[in-house]
Design a protein around this ligand. Structure first.
Ligand SMILES: [Cu+2]
Length: 180
């Protein structure tokens, strides 16, 4: 039994961080428990952000989105965000042009040692820190978008508590775009 659980955990980890889209999507929409969003939101304590009097400016890089696996309308998108100015901000939500909805997701280990993904609350970003959405960790779950393929770009918006709407352009591909 224990072996089976460990194997399951390994499979989920592979699915979350790997490049095998069918495995990823099987996990995204099938066996993975997305948990209760309401529960998670309630858990998130909205501590006041420190204020240095400077309006935060968010810089987004390495924005990319996985192509849709055949027959699925769910995919994941990733990015890296830093503060170019200001002391602190918080990513509240995200949207993608043409998608029905976008959720902030994270991975957690359940009490049986299996990785699960679930909707998470706002994600804080402090000066000098990096907010990383990447395979195996935080990701944007994109629902109801017409299938995209590698080489395309998709526009979206990251909504920050202070900086407001930050435009982002996701490059569709199987891995993060090269940083130039
Ligand atoms: Cu997800």
């Amino acid at each position: 039994m224990r072996t089976a659980l460990l194997l399951s955990a390994a499979l989920f980890l592979t699915a979350c961080g790997g490049t095998e889209d069918e495995a990823v999507m099987a996990g995204d929409t099938g066996t993975m428990d997305h948990g209760s969003m309401g529960h998670d939101m309630a858990e998130t304590e909205q501590t006041p952000l420190p204020d240095d009097g400077v309006m935060p400016v968010v810089a987004v890089s390495a924005a990319w989105m996985r192509p849709h696996p055949q027959g699925r309308d769910v995919t994941a998108a990733y990015f890296t965000a830093t503060l170019a100015e200001g002391a602190a901000d918080r990513l509240v939500s995200a949207s993608v042009t043409g998608a029905d909805s976008v959720e902030l997701h994270g991975h957690t280990m359940n009490d049986q040692g299996m990785m699960q993904m679930r909707a998470v609350g706002p994600q804080r970003l402090d000066a000098g820190d990096t907010l990383v959405f990447a395979p195996g960790g935080l990701h944007l779950m994109v629902f109801g978008l017409d299938p995209v393929v590698a080489g395309e770009t998709v526009d979206g918006v990251l909504l920050f508590e202070r900086a407001g709407e930050v435009p982002v352009r996701f490059a569709v591909g199987l891995s993060a775009p090269e940083v130039d």
